[in-house]
Design a protein around this ligand. Sequence first.
Ligand SMILES: Nc1ncnc2c1ncn2[C@@H]1O[C@H](COP(=O)(O)OP(=O)(O)OP(=O)(O)O)[C@@H](O)[C@H]1O
Length: 590
Amino acid sequence: MDIQRDDQNLNQILLEETFYVLTKKNCVFKVRLTRQGLHLIKESELNFKEQVIPIRDIVGCRCLRSKKQSKRCVCQSITRSTSLEVVEETSGDLDVNDTSAYLYIYAYLFQDTKAASKKRERTIITLRFRSFDKFEDNNREAQRWRTIIKKLIKGDIVTNSTILEFSSSQKHRESRKLLVLCNPKSGSGRAKELFQDKVAPVLEEAEIPFDMYLTKHSNYAREFVRSNNLFQWTGIITVGGDGIFYEVLNGLFERSDWSEVIKSIPVGVIPGGSGNGLARSIAHYYGEPYLPSPTLPAALAIVRNHYAPMDLVRIETTTQIIFSFLSVGWGLLSDIDIESEKLRILGGQRFTIWSLARLIGLRSYGGKLWYLPAEVPLVDPKENLIFSNNIGSNTDLPTEVNLETKGRARVDSWYSANSRRSAYFSATGSSYQSTAEEAVADGGVNSSPQEKPRMYGPASQIPGLMAPVPSDWKCISGRFVLVHACYQSHLGGDLLFAPDATLNDGRIWLLIVQAGASRSQLLHFLLGLSTGAHATSKSFEGLVQLIPVNAFRIEPDMSEEGYMTVDGELVDYGPIQAEVFPSLCRVMVP
Ligand SMILES: Nc1ncnc2c1ncn2[C@@H]1O[C@H](COP(=O)(O)OP(=O)(O)OP(=O)(O)O)[C@@H](O)[C@H]1O
């Protein structure tokens, strides 16, 4: 019953208007706005067709006016079609003869024709309000639609009384401002361009301002978040790989006000590095198409104002405390990650080549592994694995839809609104801080790098690293090819490590491969990591264990040398322990 009421609520008509397509005789569109989305209902003499643009696919909308046409050159063909150019209503360049108000609605439609070809397509719907003689009246109508659409995108409650409230001249004002920290050296060194070309345009469409800082050196982002007043921003975005996110996260825990910050300021990630495990995992949990445009689900996550709690893992080594969001590694996978650094120039292929090299010169490491098995799952992972809100848009919309209200005689030859080709308007108040400029907003970033900052964060619930392990922990001792823990589904863009993991399942997924496996078995295991087959296929039984745990400790044989990594970053080789803190921070999700 509740569901039915919800459905009715979703389909309640909030706004409705009739528009016309003047190029097609007698083609009338009824456009309705409901909590579910924008309904384009085509009514012609012969048929009736409804297409819905779900609210969750809409990133933003803006009201514009048509631009004054530049004077015709005498040599210009009079038959050349003039495309509509639009400007802000405050522009001195507007066409005063056209009193229409144009509402541009930007959407990224989810298309799920075949499971293999899920994708999002950018579409612009243009509604031309022209029923009144005066621009002010047309604009009031357009602004009313814009305000309500923006409220729905943000997830605000829209009632009949709020609609009335916004039918006056009240305009939507954006209250968000983001801090963007970009590592220009990550991946192939194109993270800044990636942000400017792929993400900034979506933020502009959503009219979300941001301040962007480029990191100048390793640990820059960490120092930045540790020492600046973060409350001037409503969210922090990292652009780069998992390394820059790791810096930001640990910088947050070096603040005495960490608890308030992680509760009130969500973090988001734009994948631009060579290791993008977190971004890939978030797209996976929410059923968002990741390839060929990995930045799009991340950009949508930022504009949608949706946050989800994420587990963090507190790591203790003999020298430091770390807060980790992705992984702890010892053995084969860490060796490949760290030692292939010297082949960086090869891009992603470095991992494949070094995997083969490491299989030929296979190593194992002696030591002890203790773990505390996870109790009954906090949530059923199967229920939670893919949480997709994607309503297939069921649309066959072109990339532009231009509709107008009936009204005054046409004053221009209309069509071709902003499209993929369009230049973007600058978002109000956004700033780019170049590498040449001082990035220090509050003057604190470069202060005393020698001083080791204190790590705050929640207190450990398990005995310290040097204390005996509790009796209910299990122990495996011997030689290991690898022990790798991960708390996300994906360890990297194409490594499906823990197929059942979710953002906040309260679990660490511990992968154990003991010595004794043949090279060919290990080759199959490494190949299986790309699809998750290592965890699901029976052929790996006895070779590979994937155990959900709440905490673990590794004590390597210190007479041997090796690598240990946390979130892909090298840490001191030696005893290490980890415990999960469920839902400790909030991340932006699509
Ligand atoms: N301006 C900079 N110059 C050099 N190194 C930087 C700079 N900014 C950040 N770093 C360091 O680069 C490291 C890797 O960053 P990131 O994860 O963003 O990219 P990546 O390509 O995925 O890296 P990797 O493949 O090494 O994990 C981080 O540990 C960070 O400390």
